[in-house]
Ligand binder design. Structure first.
Ligand SMILES: [Zn+2]
Length: 188
């Protein structure tokens, strides 16, 4: 029954192709980090925004440098920031207690805290919110990889993202958080 076999084979092929398509992301996106733990709605809308952006600009590659982070990874990143950068990045809506604690550590010890010490400050903080990355609600995009930042911002905003240009704090990235992902407080 060659016909039946051909049908079964093509059916299998379509099934496999379908699975691959579901798992792939926009061809313009280059993932320099894992997609694990990112909210499905964020991934879906990021792909849609990137398709619009690619069509509007002809840009062919946009690099994602950071997705979901553990609190430990968050501490490692924050240990590398100056106090001014921390205030700029995390103090937009008033000074969080953990940024204040890191500043107090610097004054008391006369040096920068290391990643373990920042982790301890974050883990034991009183107020909760730190970053949308901690619950899979944000990605960072390397600004150097983007040909037209204004167009990318517009496309992301049209698909439910809030975009912050962290070059204002001397960090070469665009932070895009999805407004439809419920905010969670991470303690580890
Ligand atoms: Zn970010």
């Amino acid at each position: 029954m060659p016909f039946l076999r051909a049908c079964l084979q093509s059916g299998l092929f379509l099934l496999l192709a379908g699975c691959c398509l579901m798992r792939s992301s926009s061809p313009i996106l280059v993932w320099n980090c894992s997609r694990d733990g990112l909210a499905p709605v964020l991934l879906r809308d990021l792909d849609a925004a990137m398709a619009d952006y690619a069509e509007a600009t002809g840009d062919e590659a946009v690099v994602v440098t950071s997705g979901r982070r553990t609190l430990r990874r968050q501490a490692e990143l924050m240990a590398d920031f100056s106090q001014d950068q921390l205030v700029g990045l995390y103090g937009r809506h008033g000074m969080p207690c953990y940024v204040q604690s890191i500043g107090e550590f610097r004054q008391r010890e006369g040096r920068d805290p290391n990643a373990d010490e920042v982790y301890e400050i974050l883990r034991t903080r009183e107020s909760g919110y730190i970053s949308d990355h901690l619950y899979g609600g944000a990605v960072d995009i390397a600004s150097s990889s983007v040909q037209n930042i204004a167009a990318l911002r517009t496309c992301l905003q049209e698909h439910g993202f809030r975009v912050l240009d962290e070059r204002d704090q001397g960090i070469a990235c665009l932070h895009a958080s999805h407004t439809g992902v419920p905010r969670l407080i991470a303690r580890d």
